[in-house]
Write a protein of this length. Structure first.
Length: 369
């Protein structure tokens, strides 16, 4: 979702201080899920649910005041349950960020509808499993229709070691054909978001960041009539960065709560209501310990715990998952760097649902001089 990251893009991007860059990430995430209820009785056999994805971000610092950011991606998601692949581009995102004064940023952006539309019944089922927040797939939404975004942000220096910022954003979508078969045009509701952050810098490069975000969703429509009224979303986060010689540890905690979704229609509810962001409460905890063997080569181990509760998602989203593994980062001169990370996944859901799997991520960053 564009709004959730509005503050991060405007205030933490290196676009204002560094060169232009192109970053691409290739990720392969594979889950084996057991204990899924079969509506006909009993449980399904263990189900494979996989996604291979490519995400790219291009940041072009045209002048000291104007930065252009473009994002797009591609993914292939597979669900063994109905032997269905969901493959194609995601929508593109294009932002123009203008800094009229050191403390202000104005932004305009657009969603370019490159993504998947007119889904078949089997593709909808595969999409429901992909959208499940418990699965942790990096690309969970393929098509949202043409849209535009407006943002305004302001930074404040509270002292030599403390700074803060606030941002507001508005996102509007156009109608699009979500399902094949002429079920009617779908329109995602407008989104209005407010976010703020506080950075506290300590001695020897240590830093604490606290952030808050609130998103108000408008009503989704199908065929011009109200379909789903999405609940508001609140997010709180904290991140602690602790360098110590060749070692650096980073700890992050994020909590998200989203109100219940209200369904106005019953036709196509099983397939369409899952377009709405899943309601419920979510907690994410990340830890990372890195060691720099040289200025250009870094080794790290990471752990990630996620927990979800009170979700009404049709494909059960409540449960916990744990992921851990090693990774490396290697800087190839001043203009390029690569990263490689492996994670083992283990988790449990409602009832007898359990899953395990793996996640492999490769990144490449190219920078202009």
């Amino acid at each position: 979702m564009i709004l959730a990251g509005a503050f991060a893009v405007l205030f933490t991007s290196e676009a204002w201080a560094g060169p232009s860059s192109f970053v691409i990430g290739v990720q392969d995430r594979r889950l084996n899920i057991a204990g899924v209820d079969d509506p006909a009785g009993g449980d399904f056999p263990a189900v494979d649910n996989e996604q291979t994805s490519v995400r790219s971000t291009w940041t072009w610092r045209t002048t000291e005041k104007l930065t252009i950011v473009a994002q797009t991606g591609w993914a292939n998601s597979f669900l063994e349950l109905n032997d269905t692949e969901l493959a194609g581009m995601t929508d593109g995102r294009l932002r123009f960020l203008y800094r009229p004064a050191p403390a202000w940023v104005l932004g305009v952006g657009t969603i370019i509808p490159f993504g998947l539309y007119e889904l078949t019944a089997n593709e909808v089922t595969a999409a429901q499993w992909t959208w499940n927040p418990r699965s942790g797939f990096p690309l969970s939404s393929f098509g949202a229709g043409l849209g535009y975004e407006l943002t305004l942000a302001r930074a404040f220096d509270l002292s030599d070691n403390v700074s803060a910022g606030v941002a507001g954003a508005f996102l509007k979508h156009a109608e699009f054909d979500l399902l094949a078969g002429g079920t009617g045009k779908y329109r995602l509701g407008d989104e209005f978001g407010l976010s703020s952050a506080l950075d506290i810098r300590f001695a020897r490069g240590r830093m604490l960041r606290l952030d808050f975000a609130y998103v108000l969703f408008g009503t989704d429509q199908l065929g011009g009539a109200d379909f789903v009224d999405q609940g508001d979303q609140i997010q709180l986060g904290a991140q602690l960065h602790l360098p110590a010689g060749a070692f650096t540890t980073t700890w992050a905690l994020r909590g998200v709560t989203k109100g219940d979704n209200t369904l106005f229609q019953t036709d196509d509810a099983d397939s369409l209501v899952e377009i709405a962001q899943a309601s419920g409460s979510y907690l994410y905890f990340d830890g990372r310990i890195a060691y720099a063997f040289t200025r250009d080569f870094l080794f790290h181990v990471f752990g990630r715990i996620t927990a979800s509760d009170e979700s009404e998602y049709a494909i059960g989203a409540n449960g916990t998952s744990f992921q851990f593994g090693p990774g490396i980062g290697w800087r190839l001169g001043r203009s390029a760097s690569i990263g490689l990370q492996y994670g083992y996944i283990d988790g449990h859901g409602d009832g007898d649902v359990s899953f395990d799997g793996s996640d492999i991520l490769f990144t490449l960053e190219l920078r202009s001089q």
